[in-house]
Design a protein around this ligand. Structure first.
Ligand SMILES: [Fe+2]
Ligand SMILES: [Fe+2]
Length: 195
């Protein structure tokens, strides 16, 4: 497996929850791959994809965390009902985001040391352990978001919320927001998300 770049087209951001879901699909694939690499114990495939993995961890992953922390979570706090238990859900996800950041930092340190490796060393051992722990923690986190967070967002967020979320995601990526007329082709209702 390699780490293809996930491109986000301006029009995709008219459906921001679909973009978040696509990122989750990609994250789950990467988690499986990280775990397989850790179990393989061969540093060569890690060296071959080192730059792409570093780019994912240091650029793409923080971008997704910001989409959720600064974009999605505040909207859910504003829109959800008491029966949704959203504060407990978001408190858990906030904690997991911090844990994932910490694991990613450790993994980045290990990956930066990879080119110097010529055999089994202490750093290589740490690399495989951190690849496994990061993949395992991310996989649990993303599966839970897919099972709980995304369905809740689809249920509670309204058209204005989705536009605000999409605009924030576009701004974070330096993408121009598509023409408002594009909304007419996407079947958004006036009060609810698309699903
Ligand atoms: Fe998350
Ligand atoms: Fe996520």
């Amino acid at each position: 497996m390699s780490v293809p770049v996930l491109s986000v087209a301006p029009r995709d951001l008219l459906r921001p929850l679909d973009v978040l879901q696509s990122v989750h699909d990609r994250q789950l694939d990467l988690c499986e791959w990280f775990i397989a690499l850790s179990e393989g114990g061969d540093v060569a495939p890690v060296q071959a994809e080192r730059a792409a993995i570093l780019d994912y961890l240091s650029r793409e992953l923080p971008l997704h965390a910001k989409d959720e922390d600064k974009g999605l979570f505040p909207l859910l706090r504003a829109r959800c009902l008491a029966e949704d238990g959203v504060e407990a859900i978001l408190a858990q996800l906030d904690w997991e985001h911090n844990e994932d950041k910490s694991l990613a930092r450790e993994l980045i340190k290990d990956l930066r040391a990879v080119p110097e490796q010529t055999g089994p060393t202490e750093t290589t051992g740490s690399l495989f352990g951190n690849l496994h722990d990061f993949g395992d923690a991310q996989r649990r986190h993303v599966r839970w978001e897919n099972a709980v967070l995304v369905p809740l967002a689809r249920k509670r967020l309204q058209t204005d919320d989705l536009e605000r979320l999409g605009r924030d995601m576009a701004k974070r990526r330096g993408i121009d927001w598509p023409e408002p007329a594009s909304h007419l082709n996407l079947g958004w209702s006036s009060t609810q998300s698309r699903r």
